[in-house]
Design a protein around this ligand. Structure first.
Ligand code: HEM
Length: 635
């Protein structure tokens, strides 16, 4: 896979063999279920398979460079046909009820046996049986795992069980059920597989942690991302974005195409290093050992999350495998640096003369680490390291993926790009953006909201049930592994008009910022409930600032001959071959002299022009040929 995962949430999801299952070839067959959408009540009848095949709903692949990705579309159509044929449909345990009834007629011992059989074979039934699909690892392997889940959702509904071999997963795409798991009964669910996969890198950091550890750490970390801190970060976002602009400027001069996905990854790594523990990776400028170590670690987490065989657990092999040795060395290097940063920061806190309060911030080092230490956070060094590492990964991959898919979408929707550029021209001055500017970048914010709807990062959240529960009308037992598909929720045709269309206008500029509450859990790019993302405001500002600054200075087009843009996972959605773009400087508006300009000569006798009324407006053609209103300041 191209780039590291964002274990933030769904990382592992993709991770588990379950993914592969969904993508897999299927063996059990029986009558296919009716082609309905939605779970429980209010089901919506789907169009026949043949017409769905041509429907945009099935165009889940992104197509780039040279045009539509015919290959992926064909695969999707084939998968739809296979689902329709009932290939994925599991035999329901229809035999269970009659057998149990006969046993029960044999008196108390028979009743006991019937009870046991029901428990062992199917669980005690407190409601209707869950729709079931069956798969095996294989045929659709390599495809982004959440794509087949979408087709299965349209067929089997908002909650269904996906079986493969002895394992099974519940796939949730129903907003009410998602709300139940994430918010209303969140105590009954843990991070399950996710915590197991990420243990080697995040330990008991905030994302994988459960129970008391999570409660204590969340209470310590959330206050660190207070309003004043996030506002201070806007300068950091601007600085890092400016560094990226300089890189792009050079590429534009040299006539070189750029691979934007890796550049966005570097941009967000530089940002998050400073923001979390005041470390300048400066990965936009050059590769050094620590940057390499971060990527080795992230790639390993991604590999673990998608590998069907946990080779890293095999005794002896795990110690001698060159790959594992490299990972261990990378982790050791990062841990040493984190230990040093913690020690330096402790010294700074000891020496400083600042009173700790709610919006405490050290101007020289406003990092989260500094806040935590100054707050007197009573925590072991290992836990602190786990938390820092968790935030580094969580805040890096997600934002990079959001920017990547936003720019991909912008290249496909030039009308949106024009509006975006017009807003950036109107709002941003020559300096770095301020909080006031960010508040005025309303359309840019809607573009990010909409990009997150179409490409949620991560596309799936993972949970495990800690007790018996009801998911809608369906009873489930303790220990069920659950994938909540954000992808499916965000593209459900029952909830969204033109679900596949990138349409930032669907969110009114003067309306509230869309979130899980006002969208009734049909839109949850930052999750929901007590485990909602702690960095939502940070990430929104970061991506808004970067997008506005980049589009103000450049036009972006898919590079001629670039490979088609296809999706793959990690935890976030990556491209398979990068996002190769041609970047051109936007044409600067001409300086139009007006009558009020006067020529003055300075004491040395040289002349310069000054403007008594210094602003005129020119309408210029941008690279796309669209007209943009630009305000020009004269010198
Ligand atoms: C656009 C960028 C981001 C997106 C889309 C995003 C998305 C998410 C989502 C969906 C969750 C919920 C996971 C779950 O319920 O399983 C989450 C949790 C989390 N995110 Fe983010 N995130 C982003 C940026 C950030 C940043 C910048 C930080 C840190 C500064 C961060 C730190 C965290 C942490 C610590 C959690 C775990 C919270 C908990 O379990 O209590 N995220 N994120």
């Amino acid at each position: 896979m191209p780039l590291p995962l964002h274990p933030c949430c769904a990382a592992g999801a993709a991770a588990t063999p379950a993914m592969a299952t969904t993508a897999g070839s299927c063996n059990a067959s029986s009558t296919p279920p009716p082609r309905y959408l939605g779970s429980g009540q209010g089901r919506l009848r789907l169009a026949p398979a043949a017409s769905r095949r041509n429907s945009p709903l099935l165009r889940c692949s992104a197509s780039g460079g040279d045009g539509p990705d015919k290959v992926l579309e064909k695969r999707r159509a084939e998968l739809t046909a296979r689902i329709s044929s009932g290939e994925f449909t599991a035999q329901g345990p229809g035999w269970l009820a009659p057998v149990a009834a006969r046993l029960a007629k044999l008196g108390p011992p028979g009743e006991l046996a019937a009870g046991l059989l029901t428990k062992v074979a199917g669980g005690e039934r407190r409601g209707p049986e869950l729709p079931q699909a069956v798969g095996s690892l294989a045929s659709v392997a390599g495809e982004a795992f959440f794509l087949p889940l979408y087709d299965l959702f349209l067929t089997y509904g908002g909650v269904f069980r996906l079986n493969f071999g002895p394992k099974s997963f519940l796939i949730v795409s129903d907003p009410d059920v998602a709300k139940h798991i994430l918010r209303d009964n969140s105590k009954a669910y843990s991070k399950g597989i996710l915590a197991e996969i990420l243990e080697f890198v995040m330990g008991t950091g905030l994302i994988p942690a459960d129970g008391e550890v999570w409660r204590v750490r969340r209470r310590a970390i959330v206050p660190a991302l207070h309003q004043k801190y996030v506002t201070a970060m806007i300068g950091l976002f601007g600085n890092a974005s400016d560094r990226l602009c300089q890189k792009l400027d050079k590429a534009a001069s040299d006539g070189e195409d750029v691979e934007m996905e890796s550049l966005f990854s570097r941009l967000t790594l530089d940002v998050i290093g400073k923001a979390v523990f005041n470390y300048d990776f400066d990965s936009l400028s050059y590769d050094n050992g620590i940057v390499e170590a971060v990527y080795v670690t992230l790639r390993e987490a991604e590999m673990r999350s998608t590998s069907p065989i946990p080779t890293w657990e095999i005794p002896i092999w795990k110690d001698i495998s060159p790959r594992q040795r490299k990972v261990n060395e990378a982790l050791a290097l990062i841990n040493n640096i984190l230990d040093e940063l913690i020690a330096t920061c402790k010294r700074m806190v000891d020496e400083e003369d600042l009173q700790f309060h709610e919006e405490y911030m050290n101007e020289k080092d406003p990092s989260i680490l500094h806040f935590l230490l100054a707050s007197g956070d009573d925590v072991s060094s290992k836990q602190l390291r786990d938390d820092l590492m968790t935030m580094l990964i969580a805040g890096h991959e997600t934002s990079a993926a959001v920017l990547t898919w936003t720019f991909y979408l912008l290249s496909k929707y030039p009308n949106v790009m024009s509006k975006l550029q017009a807003e950036a021209d109107a709002v941003l001055g020559d300096g770095l953006p301020t909080l006031d500017d960010v508040k005025k970048l309303k359309y840019t914010t809607r573009v990010i909201n909409e990009s997150l709807r179409l490409y949620p990062q991560p596309p799936v959240l993972i949970r495990r049930s800690l007790e018996d529960d009801m998911l809608g009308e369906y009873p489930i037992g303790k220990g069920e592994d659950i994938f909540i598909s954000i992808w499916n929720l965000h593209r459900c045709p029952k909830h969204w008009d033109d679900a596949d269309v990138f349409n930032p206008e669907r969110w009114p500029l003067d309306g509230p910022n869309p979130n899980e509450t006002n969208q009734k859990f049909s839109y949850l790019p930052f999750g929901g409930g007590p485990r909602k993302c702690v960095g939502d405001m940070f990430a929104t500002f970061e991506t808004v600032v970067a997008t506005a600054m980049l589009v103000k200075r450049f036009d972006f087009q898919m590079a001629p001959g670039a490979p088609p843009v296809e999706m793959t996972t990690g935890a976030t959605i990556h491209t398979t071959k990068g996002l190769n773009m041609t970047v051109t400087r936007r044409i600067k508006p001409p300086v139009i002299p007006n009558l009020e300009m006067k020529i003055v000569s300075d004491s040395e006798g040289s002349t310069s022009s000054t403007a008594s009324v210094a602003v005129s407006t020119a309408s210029i053609a941008s690279g796309e040929g669209q007209q943009v209103e630009v305000s020009t300041s004269q010198v």
